[in-house]
Design a binder for this molecule. Structure first.
Ligand SMILES: *[C@@H]1O[C@H](CO)[C@@H](O)[C@H](O)[C@H]1NC(C)=O
Ligand SMILES: *[C@@H]1O[C@H](CO)[C@@H](O)[C@H](O)[C@H]1NC(C)=O
Ligand SMILES: *[C@@H]1O[C@H](CO)[C@@H](O)[C@H](O)[C@H]1NC(C)=O
Length: 433
């Protein structure tokens, strides 16, 4: 009798273990086309066109007119600071800066200082920066793909470009490709630029895209670096749940234990701060119409997320913690990459396209990465998502580099580009044999 029981338990144990740790099959992706798929257009597909950011006098006047005729916001309730969203009084100050100080012509010159291009991939027009290094010493050059997320833009990486592409006590340099985030077409983009193999760094959604890319194309990705690493493998979720009773089992870094536990306070935080994700993931066109038609609404929507993403306690500060950033850099992104090209709706649709049952069923998140891809994760103290190394390795199997930093939040490239550059370079040097 006992033998049978042990056998049954043993089988059950094996079954559950297989379910949790087994590798599901690779999903099959059909070629998605984002235009009407007319074959006759395909000849155009592989051409690469130079591109420059351009703002017309009419666009600028339109912005000023809107600011002139906008209705005053409802005054904030007393002592709410930013708990109900970005405080209207702070927003009023920022609108004043746009009206009187933000110089569109000067910003346009700044943004156009690096070569930019567009190309059509699967019917989708992809915009990207392509910055080759100055290399008088003839050092080895590695292609590096930098992927941003929401609510960000290629602007996020501008401060990192000079040090990645010039010699600063490093034995190698990077050739940078920095596309505006769209979808998993970046692998094709790199091939179109004759990079069969390359490094990739991602933040926010860019990190998810980079992770998927490394999972799907282990032969192309020389190394994956990210400041937003997490594993959604089922085994990881079980570990996280088990850890709520025995935190020391998985979280060795005592100082970060409260980033994950108790799960109830984490859940409370996500519930309070993820409304943007739900509305964009379910009704992107509704919110898109509001954001594409109100510059103030767009500013409030994005700056609120930048604030809380950088540190969850920022909602209690008068300046929402935005003083840690260059306001000009934030306005560059919002004005040049969201307002002027009217991308709020398509950016919101990105959530709807990726946060649905179909995307989840594809199961890519549950497939561990091939161990031939070296991975580097950097965790910044105020990042809103933390997983210890023991859980990250479920997904990032070959985690050769793991760093933690005191301070700094989700938008690390904007907050401390120097630390991020150092971390990427230090990771890459570990992967060169
Ligand atoms: C906006 O208002 C300012 C000050 O009242 C005025 O000088 C400016 O011409 C207005 N701009 C537009 C585009 O209406
Ligand atoms: C804006 O910047 C341009 C280019 O840098 C400069 O020529 C112009 O004088 C600036 N305008 C103002 C109002 O400062
Ligand atoms: C490069 O290294 C030299 C000598 O170690 C040091 O003096 C210099 O400050 C370093 N430069 C940078 C930009 O890190």
């Amino acid at each position: 009798m006992e033998v049978v029981l042990v056998l049954i338990l043993g089988l059950f144990h094996t079954f559950v273990l297989h379910l949790l740790t087994g590798t599901p099959e690779f999903p099959k992706f059909e070629e998605t086309r984002w235009d009407d798929g007319k074959r006759c257009n395909r000849d155009d597909d592989s051409k690469i066109h130079p591109f420059r950011v351009s703002v017309s006098q009419q666009d600028i006047e339109d912005i000023h007119l809107r600011l002139n005729i906008s209705r005053p916001s409802m005054p904030p309730l007393q002592d709410t600071q930013h708990r109900y969203g970005l405080n209207p009084l702070l927003l009023r100050d920022i609108l004043g800066i746009i009206r009187t100080q933000y110089n569109f012509t000067e910003r346009q010159e700044f943004l156009n200082q690096y070569p930019q291009f567009t190309t059509k991939i699967q019917g989708l027009i992809v915009h990207f920066l392509h910055v080759k290094p100055r290399n008088p010493a003839n050092l080895p050059v590695y292609p590096l793909l930098l992927l941003h997320g929401w609510p960000s833009s290629v602007r996020e990486f501008y401060e990192m470009i000079p040090t990645l592409t010039t010699e600063v006590n490093r034995s190698f340099l990077f050739e940078l490709v920095i596309p505006s985030l769209v979808a998993l077409v970046f692998w094709l983009l790199m091939r179109r630029l004759y990079h069969e193999t390359f490094y990739v760094h991602g933040s926010d959604w860019g990190a998810l895209v980079a992770t998927d890319m490394a999972t799907l194309y282990p032969d192309s990705v020389l190394g994956l670096h990210s400041n937003f690493c997490f594993s959604l493998r089922y085994i990881s979720l079980v570990k996280i749940a088990l850890g709520s009773w025995f935190p020391s089992l998985f979280v060795k870094e005592v100082e970060f234990r409260d980033k994950l536990y108790p799960l109830s306070s984490l859940a409370r935080f996500y519930l309070a701060e993820s409304g943007y994700l739900h509305i964009q993931g379910t009704k992107p066109d509704t919110i898109g119409m509001a954001l594409d038609n109100s510059l103030e609404g767009l500013l409030a929507f994005i700056l609120e997320k930048v604030s809380v993403g950088s540190n969850k306690h920022n909602i209690h500060l008068p300046g929402a913690g935005l003083d840690k950033f260059s306001l000009t850099a934030l306005l560059d992104t919002i004005l040049f990459y969201y307002w002027l090209p009217k991308t709020a709706t398509t950016a919101a649709r990105f959530y709807a396209e990726n946060l649905n049952i179909k995307a989840f069923k594809e199961g890519l998140h549950n497939i561990p990465m091939n161990k031939k891809v070296p991975c580097g994760c950097v965790f910044f103290e105020y990042e809103f998502l933390y997983q210890p190394k023991s859980i990250l390795t479920d997904k990032f199997v070959n985690l050769v580099h793991y760093t933690t930093y005191k301070s700094v939040g989700h938008f690390a490239a904007l907050e401390r580009s120097d630390i991020l550059v150092e971390d990427i370079a230090s990771f890459v040097s570990k992967t060169i044999t």
